[in-house]
Design a protein around this ligand. Structure first.
Ligand code: TRP
Length: 440
């Protein structure tokens, strides 16, 4: 078994920045594929509201709060099941900013200089003859590191994103690699996943649907408003009866993103047969509304009950922290943010830097259950868990071991086994690494 197949092969994670109102492009490019992926068996999904990211773009507190509510409601209305997935708000997870700092310290400034979003601002300033960093916050500059922490803190394998985000995932890989190189194999290298066919939905003007082009169709706009907006999608001047081109038609591409292949084939036939633009728009409107109407109803019910959404997010944060907090404990140890009474404190400095740290490895087996094991600094197996029903139980068990050290072992007897031949003093000294204060 190689180290990645050993871990659960399917941990999906994606975030959505809580600015603005979700539009059809967000739905097709992010929400819908994520919700579908979250329903696959053998997949563990993390979906979160990236409200720290929102602060980079928005300094209006009421808008931040409103968007968080609307976006949470959108994902839930689109079928995300908070019992099945981890659904949480970024700012409820203090381990994220904590990891952001650890990553900041291993991230090359030069790499951040090359990040598209930052570079675009610099290029714009230079073109205008301004100082290159005029109006650029350090938040914008650090954005990829925060995003790296979002992903790495949960050891995500796959990150569904729009193509504009691929560079950020590559940067997260780079940070993980650099961290692992310095401190041992603690972080998982994530991969971007883009849905090739529909990742980029055109907007009203034919360019990519995006808030920055002001060409969006809000996902849960009322039915009549949806009809009006679709009527406003750009077309060419071909008259009824004239064959129409599907390739260059934003309308066609939008239809395709919602329709089945046979429906799309029929629509292509209608284009060939010279359907009038007004009729084509009616077809597109009815097809999208058919898809959206039931979600729209759920959405309005949810937005009207913010306390319910808040409770869902709190429960999600608790689950998420049970995963993130043991990792942060491990990373703090790995980088040397340690209890001073820890025995490692007496190691020579040069050796300390190169010594790999003991680690808890969490993974999922084909039986669908969640497991962990404890390896010592030489990657020798010390403890092996039984299968747990949820990652939360794994997180809680690891947290107990980290907190109480060997004292926790008797109570964990039924779910934990020492590897054959492991001596109790080995176990004790390794666990002390995580819980240096414990005496036993
Ligand atoms: N930057 C992403 C966007 O604008 C949102 C995001 C924040 C994200 N953190 C993430 C996406 C982590 C995937 C993984 O779309």
């Amino acid at each position: 078994m190689n180290p990645t197949s050993f871990l659960s092969p399917q941990r999906f994670l994606t975030g959505i920045t809580t600015t603005g109102t979700p539009h059809l492009g967000n739905f097709v490019g992010s929400i819908r594929p994520s919700v579908a992926a979250s329903r696959l068996p053998g997949v563990q999904s993390f979906y979160f509201l990236a409200d720290y990211h929102a602060l980079i773009k928005c300094d209006d507190p009421a808008r931040i709060q409103r968007s968080t509510l609307e976006i949470a409601a959108s994902w839930l209305a689109a079928g995300l099941d908070p019992e099945r997935v981890l659904f949480y708000r970024q700012s409820d997870i203090p381990e994220i900013p904590e990891l952001t700092w650890l990553l900041t310290c291993v991230t090359g400034k030069g790499m951040l200089n090359r990040a598209h979003a930052y570079k675009a601002s610099v290029d714009k300033n230079e073109a205008a003859g301004n100082d290159p960093d005029a109006d650029v916050t350090a938040g914008l500059f650090m954005y990829p590191v925060l995003m790296g922490a979002d992903i790495l803190v949960f050891k995500a394998h796959k990150v569904p994103v729009g193509r504009d985000q691929i560079q950020h995932i590559e940067m997260a890989r780079d940070m993980a690699q650099r961290f692992n190189h310095l401190y041992g194999e603690h972080l998982v290298l994530p991969e971007a996943v883009t849905e090739e066919s529909v990742a980029l939905l055109p907007g009203l003007d034919g360019r990519k649907m995006s808030k920055s082009y002001d060409n969006t169709i809000p996902l849960f706009t009322p039915r009549e408003q949806l009809r009006k907006l679709i009527a406003g999608i750009v077309t060419d001047s071909r008259a009824p009866g004239e064959a129409k081109d599907t390739q260059s038609s934003a309308l066609f591409q939008i239809y395709q993103a919602f329709a089945s292949p046979p429906e799309t084939a029929a629509f292509k036939q209608a284009y060939d047969d010279g359907i009038a633009w007004a009729d084509a728009k009616k077809t597109v409107f009815e097809r999208i509304d058919q898809e959206v109407a039931p979600m729209r109803e759920r959405y309005h019910a949810l937005v009207a009950d913010p306390a319910k959404i808040e409770a869902i997010l709190q429960a999600g944060a608790e689950k998420a922290r049970s995963v993130a907090s043991p990792l942060l404990q491990e990373l703090r140890q790995a980088v040397g943010l340690r209890n001073l009474a820890s025995s490692a404190g007496s190691l020579p400095k040069a050796k300390l830097a190169k010594t790999a740290a003991p680690a808890f490895k969490q993974y999922r087996e084909k039986d669908g259950k969640f497991y962990f094991k404890l390896l010592d600094a030489d990657a020798k197996l010390l403890l092996q868990s039984q299968g747990f029903e949820s990652p939360k139980e794994v997180g809680l068990t690891i947290a107990a071991l980290q907190k109480e050290g060997v004292a926790a072992l008797p109570g964990l007897q039924p779910v934990l086994q020492a590897a054959p031949g492991v001596r109790s003093d080995e176990l004790e000294s390794t666990l002390k690494f995580f819980a240096p204060g414990t005496q036993n």
